[in-house]
Design a protein. Structure first.
Length: 253
């Protein structure tokens, strides 16, 4: 019985030879990994549409603030230039006002002097007329035929006296006429100067009024620019408040 079992075992061994034992190879997981680190994962935040709209509104407000600041700078420079111009014009107006006052005083004095000169001229003309009338009467007596016939030709001393008297009268009248003509020329020159000063005074007054109107217009424009500047500052404050509100919403969102 034992022999039979041994034969059966040998037969089974020949029929199916034992498979060689497989030695386990090195596993891929057991080998040391090279120096390589996988890229870190990046968390891409998801932006909600409301947050994107708020950011766009914030950017738009910042652009508006920059534009307003530029406008404020331009207005400030313009205001400074116009204020400088107003100060210069006011200084010129003050100088012209002083010149106008001085011209007014000079005109008053010249009018007084002109009035005195006119009175002297009228008095001189009156004396001239009286003198001419007296000289005419005297010349009539000396030269009229009836008066001449009364003179005795033989009375040489009388003839000499009358001739000498006529010569003196002629020289006197000639001198007086020259003085009167010179005096009239002086009066005429003074009257012309007075008229020129009066015309210059009128021109100064006209220029003063025109410059005063121009200064008033500049001051009104400066006042309007001040209002514009205040309005822009108010808008800037409102925009800053809106920015703060948007930032708070962005933080809470």
């Amino acid at each position: 019985q034992d022999k039979v079992e041994a034969l059966e075992a040998r037969r089974e061994t020949v029929r199916s030879p034992p498979s060689p034992a497989l030695t386990p190879g090195p596993s891929r997981d057991s080998t040391p990994a090279p120096d390589y680190a996988p890229p870190p994962s990046v968390d891409v935040p998801l932006v909600s549409p409301s947050r994107a709209a708020s950011q766009a509104e914030h950017a738009r407000l910042e652009e508006k603030v920059v534009s307003l600041e530029e406008r404020i700078g331009i207005l400030t420079a313009d205001l400074s230039n116009k204020q400088t111009l107003i100060d210069r014009l006011i200084s010129e107006v003050d100088k012209r006002s002083e010149a106008i006052r001085n011209c007014g005083f000079e005109i008053v004095e010249l009018r007084k002097a002109n009035s005195v000169l006119c009175q002297e001229r009228d008095s001189a003309f009156q004396r001239l007329r009286e003198t001419e009338e007296g000289h005419f009467q005297e010349a009539y007596k000396l030269s009229h035929p009836e008066e001449v016939d009364r003179i005795d030709p033989a009375n040489t001393p009388e003839m000499k006296r009358r001739i000498a008297l006529l010569g003196k009268k002629y020289m006197f009248e000639r001198q007086r006429n020259e003085e009167i003509i010179e005096r009239i020329q002086v009066l005429q020159k003074s009257a012309n100067q007075t008229r020129e000063i009066v015309e210059e005074h009128k021109k100064l007054e006209h220029a003063h009024k025109a410059q005063s109107r121009y200064i008033q217009e500049l001051q009104e424009e400066t006042a309007r620019m001040g209002i514009y500047k205040a309005t822009i500052k108010t808008q800037e404050k409102v925009i800053l408040k809106l920015e703060d509100l948007l930032e708070s919403k962005l933080r809470t969102g």
